[in-house]
Design a protein around this ligand. Structure first.
Ligand code: NI
Length: 178
């Protein structure tokens, strides 16, 4: 039950592919989930993957009612997703601005599937199966990428759209996320 250190880009552990969770409902898994929520809240994030706190398991948390980091984004229900699988439901991708607690102070324009289905289980094994679009779909893709060792700059097509949050805001370039 604690805020944990968030690994930053350059740490090789962020590039590892995480292992599926084998046994659900364990105290260890519960405690990992609490740490993920605590760490995410302390940093003002809207999602966090276990790999970001150095735990190589396929677990992510995400959700927000309102984020000052993404003021125009719609709410996302608080969700713990274990062993997630993503399936694009259309070939359309959209560009949107993203940040990451492992890449502090930066933003980049990243293409993501617009419309996806995602499935997985919660920490007790109850199935999660959702069809989502837009910002919610973007956050799920971003977090699940962490489980495969992929950070958002690795998805970018145009690195001229990557920069420090403050500079981008001054230039009026990252006002509309998602
Ligand atoms: Ni991230």
């Amino acid at each position: 039950m604690a805020e944990r250190r968030v690994l930053r880009m350059g740490d090789p552990d962020l590039l590892r592919v995480a292992e599926p969770v084998g046994t659900l409902g364990t105290p260890e898994l519960e405690s990992l989930v609490v740490d993920l929520w605590d760490t995410m809240a302390a940093r003002g994030g809207i999602g966090l993957a276990a790999t970001q706190i150095g735990v190589p398991l396929r677990v992510v948390v995400l959700g927000m009612e309102h984020s000052p980091r993404y003021p125009e984004a719609p709410p996302i229900p608080r969700t713990v997703l274990v062993n997630p699988v993503i399936e694009p439901l259309a070939q359309t991708t959209v560009d949107g601005w993203e940040g990451c607690l492992s890449v502090p102070g930066m933003r980049g324009l990243v293409p993501r599937w617009h419309h996806i289905r995602y499935r997985g289980v919660d920490p007790h094994g109850h199935p999660i199966d959702r069809e989502v679009e837009g910002f919610h779909a973007r956050v799920v893709q971003h977090e699940c990428d962490h489980l495969d060792g992929i950070l958002y700059p690795m998805r970018m097509r145009d690195l001229s759209r990557f920069g420090f949050e403050e500079e981008l805001a001054l230039a009026g370039r990252s006002a509309t996320p998602g």
